[in-house]
Design a protein around this ligand. Structure first.
Ligand code: ZN
Ligand code: ZN
Length: 214
């Protein structure tokens, strides 16, 4: 797998600073689980953030630090998952939100073969969803009120800008209106986080098409 489209420094910094809605954290964590390059950059930002925190607030003596680390170790062992944390399509961070692998996803039809499943992130003003686009089919033409992150998990899509395959992430904002089309050959599954509602431009004209024959 060769990943061509990566996370921006701005997003990785905001992620390290825990400054993003949960929906965006989820998409970023899912990309990091697939991408060595961004994981290395993310660890550098984490170290940077950690150093700043250590400088300003931490005056822990060695004894309590050791006790604290031992406690964290214990917690990690206690919460170690029992079921296997792998799925052919869904990265580990997504499994908890779905409550299982790909077969556990509760899809809802959006029309024209496109399906989606909203993931329970508890955000206000942001949402995370899995999208299923049949091979060769298009998502409705839409613009965005805010930032949209789309991570490809299966198949590939193209839009006006480029081609996106498994592991690739597309960053779109309010200036982008695009029509992602799934490539022929494999159905496309994506994980997307959106800030604000999507503006579907072509949905109404398309629904009206059979009546007006345009
Ligand atoms: Zn990357
Ligand atoms: Zn979009």
């Amino acid at each position: 797998m060769t990943i061509k489209h990566h996370l921006s420094d701005e997003l990785l910094m905001a992620y390290a600073a825990a400054d993003l809605p949960e929906a965006f954290n989820l998409v970023i964590a899912a990309h990091l689980s697939l991408c060595d390059e961004c994981r290395a950059r993310s660890m550098a930002f984490d170290a940077l953030g950690g150093a700043v925190i250590e400088d300003s607030t931490c005056e822990m003596d060695e004894g309590s630090l050791a006790a604290c680390l031992a406690r964290i170790d214990g917690l990690t062992q206690m919460t170690a998952p029992l079921r296997p944390r792998t799925d052919r399509v869904l990265p580990a961070p997504v499994l908890d939100y779905v409550g299982g692998g790909l077969e556990a996803v509760k899809w809802r039809a959006l029309g024209m073969g496109v399906r989606q499943a909203i993931l329970p992130t508890g955000d206000k003003g942001a949402s995370a969803r899995l999208l299923y686009i049949p091979a060769g089919a298009a998502m409705p033409d839409h613009g965005h009120r805010g930032v949209e992150l789309t991570l490809v998990l299966q198949g590939a899509f193209r839009d006006e800008a480029d081609r996106f395959g498994r592991g690739d992430i597309e960053i779109a904002d309010a200036s982008v209106e695009h029509t992602p089309v799934a490539e022929a050959g494999a159905d496309c599954i994506c994980l997307a986080a959106t800030q604000g509602a999507l503006k579907f431009n072509a949905l109404l004209p398309r629904l009206a098409q059979p009546f007006f024959r345009i």
